[in-house]
Write a new protein. Structure first.
Length: 554
């Protein structure tokens, strides 16, 4: 059992991504470094090895300093980089901070401060999502394979829990992004009414508005690509690393179970640090212990005692490992990949530096690809998953039920969508039935109402999004032309509507009636919204402006 099949898959099946993960301290970094070295040498592919673990060790493994810029460790066809998730997040947050300054402007006042506050809230929310730092780092790495500089990326990931969190990231992000878009829409509407359409400051903020929209879409697409990449059954493989001990083997079983549940293809398990060959059999150990017990005039008794102790240790260790290795192979989760369980011996040397990594790597293969099989590939630049991200979800017709599960990741249920129920464990009688979405998704439970026909009766189930698969997207009634026209008119009408709603507020009305200057100013601004600018610097107008802003906050 070896990694031979992984190398063949790279050559024959066009693998683009290999994730190496598992419990901390089992040799993930050494294994990922060895795999990248194997691929660079035996498959003649241009390999990029990326670490997204906050506690980087690739520099130690190769004895070469790496940064977030790809660099060769001196091995042909191999570049290495260490992406610090924290630095990546800081860069991302700085973009939002700079944008907030532009939006606020020097003369923006309380309303500018309010938008800045909303953006800061979005930043704080973003940082608090478990695993978002690694997701951002992975997203930034995709551009390297899209650049056509590399044929394959090997990821040295953070410990198990971080990796699994990536799978739910798109849905979590969608909620926060929609909230920020809602805040943005409200506050931009305010500015368009009161700050003067066509002014220099307004034009500058209009550009910032476009930047906000673009950044939100780009960020969402990047994270969505990470989820699609993990669940790509054709181009992605997940290699689990463990050692033959209770904690590691138990966690490996859970990881394999979760990966399968979430549609991630685990193809190999590397069992590291196995005691092989050097251990004595039980009979041999008994003979050695007997020799030590009676002593010998020809042997140094102290040396003999130490030898017995060392042999007891390796023999006992081998027995423990054989037990857990047997358990690993008996798990239901490993039955389909028994040929992919790679057993690697415990070595007397440290595995650091190019030569040691190469020796370690050669222990993972039995029959490396021949020279004839090592065909250099150059398929040209590709845009990963862009076709899936841009696919219109309102296309009906036959064959829609054949959509891949990765398409389903990008879909948010809407009333009227036709879906199929799947993955229910305790209510399996509903699996395979088709139904219609009759209520929006609850943000807390991630459930929505599905109307079905069961036993001749109509029934509504509250199902999680993961248990439904889109068959037909409800079509929008408006044509593109109508939608464009409506959007154009609403962008002007919505702000005026909000301003008029303020005038219906009892507190605002009372405040205006209490001061004739307030009433004259309101009439002036309603007749010409651009005149609002001249009232901003008037101290007498601040009570009315502050009260109006408090009513507009969400």
């Amino acid at each position: 059992m070896s990694l031979d099949s992984l190398l063949q898959a790279v050559i024959n099946d066009g693998i683009k991504f290999i994730f190496v993960g598992g419990k901390g301290g089992v040799g993930k970094t050494t294994s990922s470094s060895a795999i990248a070295t194997l691929l660079a040498r035996h498959c003649q592919r241009r390999i990029l090895l990326v670490s997204t673990d906050p506690a980087h060790s690739l520099s130690d493994a190769f004895r070469c300093e790496f940064t977030n810029v790809p660099k060769s460790p001196g091995i042909e066809n191999l570049d290495v980089m260490e992406v610090d998730p924290s630095d990546t997040m800081v860069t991302e947050l700085n973009k939002w901070a700079e944008l907030a300054k532009v939006i606020a402007g020097e003369e923006a006042g309380d309303e500018g401060d309010d938008m800045v506050k909303k953006i800061k809230q979005f930043q704080e929310w973003l940082v608090g999502i478990p695993g978002i730092d690694e997701a951002t780092a992975l997203s930034s790495a995709i551009k390297h394979i899209e650049s056509n500089k590399y044929d394959l990326i090997v990821f040295d990931t953070a410990p198990t829990g971080h990796t699994l969190k990536l799978l739910g990231m798109p849905d979590i992000l969608q909620a926060g992004i929609e909230k920020l878009q809602s805040w943005q829409s409200t506050l931009w509407g305010y500015w368009e009414v009161f700050k003067g359409l066509g002014s220099a400051a307004s034009m500058k903020r209009a550009h910032a508005k476009e930047q906000v929209a673009t950044m939100l879409e780009d960020y969402k697409r990047g994270i969505q690509k990470v989820a699609l990449m993990l669940q790509d059954q054709q181009r992605t493989r997940f290699v689990v690393v463990c050692i033959a001990e209770f904690l590691s083997v138990s966690e490996t079983q859970r990881l394999l179970r979760e990966l399968k549940k979430n549609g991630v293809r685990a193809s190999h398990v590397i069992v590291n640090q196995l005691v092989v060959g050097s251990a004595l059999s039980k009979k041999e150990l008994e003979e050695l212990e007997g020799l030590a017990e009676v002593g010998s005039l020809q042997l140094n008794q102290s040396l003999l005692s130490k030898t017995v102790h060392a042999c007891r240790l390796t023999t006992a260790r081998k027995g423990i490992q054989e037990n857990y290795l047997s358990q690993l192979k008996s798990f239901p989760e490993t039955q389909e990949i028994l040929d992919g369980i790679c057993e690697v011996p415990l070595l007397a040397e440290e595995v650091t530096g190019n030569d040691a990594l190469l020796r370690f790597a050669e222990l993972m293969v039995r029959n490396p690809p021949s020279a004839a099989e090592q065909v250099k590939v150059n398929s040209g630049p590709i845009q990963l998953y862009d076709d899936q991200l841009e696919k219109k979800m309102d296309v009906g017709g036959e064959g829609e039920e054949k959509k891949s599960e990765s398409d389903n990741i990008l879909w948010s249920p809407a009333k009227g969508d036709v879906v199929r129920i799947t993955g229910l464990e305790k209510s399996g009688q509903y699996n395979g039935l088709e139904g219609t979405v009759v209520s929006d998704v609850d943000s807390e439970t991630n459930r929505c109402g599905i109307r079905i026909e069961y036993d001749g009766k109509a029934k509504t189930l509250a199902l999680q999004v993961k248990n439904i698969k889109l068959l037909h997207k409800v079509k929008k009634a408006k044509s593109n032309e109508d939608a464009t026209s409506s959007s154009s008119s609403s962008s002007m009408e919505q702000p005026m509507s909000k301003a008029k709603q303020l005038l219906d507020d009892p507190e605002i009305t009372a405040l205006i009636d209490s001061n004739p200057k307030f009433r004259d100013a309101v009439e002036d601004v309603l007749n010409n919204p651009m005149n609002f600018m001249k009232y901003l610097s008037d101290p007498e107008m601040s009570p009315l402006i502050s009260k109006a802003m408090s009513k507009l906050k969400f």
